[in-house]
Design a protein around this ligand. Structure first.
Ligand code: F6P
Length: 342
């Protein structure tokens, strides 16, 4: 069998580990051949391929990013998109496709299977951990580790100057990175997209931390919104899936805190540092297992499925189910963390 592989959406530590496992097991156990498509769906639209065999994936387990490149290209927004994809699949004699991506990439894969009969299997990826069908996605643990280390470091400098440090982390629709790193790093409070925050309440927490002679660290997810206000945006630009570019809430909040409490406040935006670099041991483990099970699904011609983590098992779920609903932070879980706020 000849199998095409693509990585779409924002890059994520562990993508290469998935491909290494897919290729190793595919070649060694099932006698498959592989072709990589460059830059997500863009590679399929343009017929832009990358060699993908065992030598190509050697040494890539600890490497961040993706050796195939990635993009947020949406083929359903491109003229003649589906016909061009089918033409590339035919030209490259590809029998099956493994799409590694988040809700957008897998949403395209689900439509290609359902509406156009493309033989496709999905592998979930996102540092935001917001896909409902899987307990965890790889990349998340690495991002939480980076954010926690940053918070640890910010504590000592905040205390030396007795100022507020606001840390803005990624998390467009879901506050998983903020919640996990904020709890692990002993933040003064954690603000997530699921729960609009009250600026006066945040200022109250900050003031009470100063009273205890500690300098507060405020962790805010990029998608968090103040009560009664809209999302704070850097600019209005959108990608081809209609997502606006986030970041800016941290800076905005620091100004609010400074003017309302009279305490100096500064912002650190962690941004793409959370996505770059080597995957954690957990993410390498999860990505590798996803890859091993994805090539099994291809071998068994189980089209339209996605591999997922349930407890310690890797299972298969319908792609349509995987992309139907976002996994957001449960209010009870957020409430649990609230005991440390202030
Ligand atoms: O993959 C999701 C994400 O990490 C979001 O949290 C963030 O808004 C987005 O990626 C930013 O990605 P990019 O800068 O590549 O558009």
């Amino acid at each position: 069998m000849r199998v095409g592989v693509l990585t779409g959406g924002g890059d994520c530590p562990g993508l290469n580990a998935v491909m290494r496992a897919v290729v190793r097991k595919g070649v060694q156990r099932y006698g498959c051949e592989f072709v990589g498509f460059r830059d997500g769906w863009h590679g399929l639209l343009e017929g832009d391929t990358v060699r993908l065999d065992i030598p190509a994936v050697r040494g890539t387990l600890p490497r961040g990013g993706t050796i195939l490149g990635s993009s947020r290209t949406n083929p359903f927004k491109e003229a003649d998109g589906v016909r061009r994809i089918n033409a590339t699949l035919a030209k490259e004699e590809v029998d099956a496709l493994i799409a590694i991506g988040g809700e957008d990439t897998l949403g395209v894969a689900a439509r290609l299977v359902q509406e156009h009969g493309v033989h496709c299997v999905g592998v979930p990826k996102t540092i935001d951990n917001d896909l409902s069908a899987t307990d965890y996605t790889f990349g998340f643990d690495t991002a939480v580790g980076v954010a926690t280390e940053a918070i640890d470091r910010l504590h000592t400098t905040a205390e030396s100057h007795m100022r507020v440090l606001v840390v803005e982390v990624m998390g467009r629709h879901a506050g998983w990175i903020a919640l996990h790193s904020g709890l692990a790093g002993g933040a003064n409070c954690v603000l997530i997209p699921e729960q609009p925050f009250d600026v006066d309440e945040v200022c109250g927490w900050v003031t009470s931390r100063f009273r205890a002679s500690y300098a507060p660290i405020v962790v805010v997810a990029e998608g968090a919104v103040p009560k009664g206000g809209g999302m704070v945006l850097k600019d209005g630009s959108q990608d081809s899936f209609g997502h606006v570019r986030l970041s800016g809430v941290g800076e905005w909040l620091a100004k609010q805190i400074e003017s309302r409490t009279g305490k100096e406040a500064r912002t650190t935006v962690l941004g793409h540092i959370q996505r770059g670099g080597t995957p954690s041991a957990f993410d390498r483990w999860l990505a590798t297992r996803f890859g091993l099970h994805a090539i099994d699904a291809v071998h068994e011609q189980d089209w339209g499925t996605m591999v997922a983590l349930r407890g310690t098992d890797i299972v298969r779920v319908p792609l349509s189910e995987a992309t139907a609903r976002l996994k957001t932070v449960d209010p009870a879980l957020y409430e649990e963390a609230g005991v440390f706020f202030g």
